[in-house]
Write a protein that binds this ligand. Structure first.
Ligand SMILES: Cc1ncc(COP(=O)(O)O)c(C=O)c1O
Length: 370
């Protein structure tokens, strides 16, 4: 067998007809940027998440930068976030000359530890970025309570969590502003780069709309502020609209796959992700943790099973952030996770036989005498 960590070819088969139909229309009409499909995508995601303002942009990294700029984060401000995430959660802070302040993640879901957030707040703290890592919602009640107490806005990095929900709220609806990515491997992944900012605050929504087009207001070539070029293409919006109707069922399948692994691998020396029926984890990645991570990864590779390591180096130990003064041991939970995490294929198109083969392979590695 040959099982990739994600199978975009299989996914595309489902939507191919609709994508090609849209492409033909767009290319014939030559309305290429921020047109009908971008508007439709914005209203669709807004309705789905219950967040009133949705502004499409070029990618998820830009969505984070636009969010921080809209909040007025500037040179010298501090932004609290997690060291155990994709690079852009923190690079977006540094790119606008603010300072990332890391706090460790919690053992049970690898999301930012709310108890540690409060201790890291200083008079310079101007925002908190939480990441719903691997598709699992953070404890937003706890985070928002602390943020409110200190009058600090919350940014949700929801690049991995579109569709996750808790207590009637959807990912993206809890904080002041949220950044979404449509990178091809995401649960709603495009045919290229893409992103979106979501916010319930009208003032922030209006500002992001200007910032994504050079800070232009409604009068062409009149620049109220200095923004940048971060528009979404129509062909990408059209492909995302073709995929959107499948998002819920794809997420359900990911959840089913995760539950299947949790059940069939039970008893092995593995820490499993907590995936239940409440929809708070939509399994962007199915990540297990185990001491023999590298050995298992090599063994599965030989068996034709691709896996992923998210993330091998926590951000506080990245060379580019060395000036922040963190060192090995600063964030033990994140560091341990970086050494032990392994993502198994859990994409919606996995077949029964493939899942059985993966389970059998993991079991045979971990049960074989060393
Ligand atoms: C947690 C997280 N934040 C931000 C991003 C950035 O998104 P993009 O790749 O669209 O710039 C990603 C995607 O890779 C991500 O996983």
């Amino acid at each position: 067998m040959n099982i990739p960590v994600i199978n975009l070819k299989a996914q595309f088969k489902k939507v191919k007809k609709d994508v090609f139909k849209g492409l033909q229309e767009i290319l014939t009409e030559q309305r290429l940027i921020l047109g009908k499909y971008c508007n439709l995508l914005e209203s669709t995601i807004s309705e789905y998440t219950g967040v009133p303002h949705a502004i499409s942009c070029a990618n998820g990294t830009d969505a984070l930068i636009l969010s921080l700029m809209a909040l007025g984060i500037k040179n010298g401000d501090e932004v609290i976030t997690t060291p155990y995430t994709f690079f852009s959660t923190a690079s977006s802070i540094a790119l606008i000359n603010a300072k990332p302040v890391f706090v460790d993640v919690q053992e049970h879901d690898l999301n930012i530890n709310p108890e540690l957030i409060e201790k890291a707040i200083t008079p310079k703290t101007k925002a908190i970025i939480v990441v719903h890592l691997f598709g699992k919602l953070c404890d937003m009640n706890a985070v928002c309570r602390i943020a409110e107490r200190h009058g600090i806005p919350v940014v949700e990095d929801m690049a991995q969590s579109l569709g996750a929900r808790k207590g009637g709220g959807m990912s993206g609806s809890f904080g002041d502003i949220a950044a979404l990515s449509f990178y091809p491997t995401k649960n709603l992944g495009g045919i290229g780069e893409g992103g979106m900012v979501l916010t319930k605050r009208k003032d922030l929504g209006e500002k992001v709309r200007k910032l994504r087009v050079h800070g232009m207001d409604n009068t062409p070539y009149h620049h109220e502020m200095i923004g940048f070029n971060s528009r979404l293409d129509e062909i990408k919006a059209c492909a995302l609209m073709a995929k959107f109707p499948h998002l819920e069922s794809w997420n359900m399948k990911r959840i089913e796959n995760a539950k299947h692994y949790n059940k069939r691998l039970k008893g092995l020396p593995i820490i499993f992700p907590n995936v239940g029926d409440d929809g708070s984890h939509i399994v962007h990645q199915y990540v297990i943790r185990l001491k023999e991570r590298d050995g298992l990864q090599g063994f599965l590779k030989e068996k034709g099973i691709q896996t992923g390591i998210y993330y091998p180096v926590p951000l506080h130990l990245q060379e580019c952030f060395s000036s922040l003064g963190y060192k090995k041991g600063s964030f033990p939970v994140a560091e341990e996770a970086a050494l032990t995490s392994l993502a198994l294929p859990a994409y919606p198109e996995l077949t029964k036989a493939e899942k059985a083969y993966i389970v059998e392979s993991v079991r045979s590695f971990l049960m074989s005498p060393l």
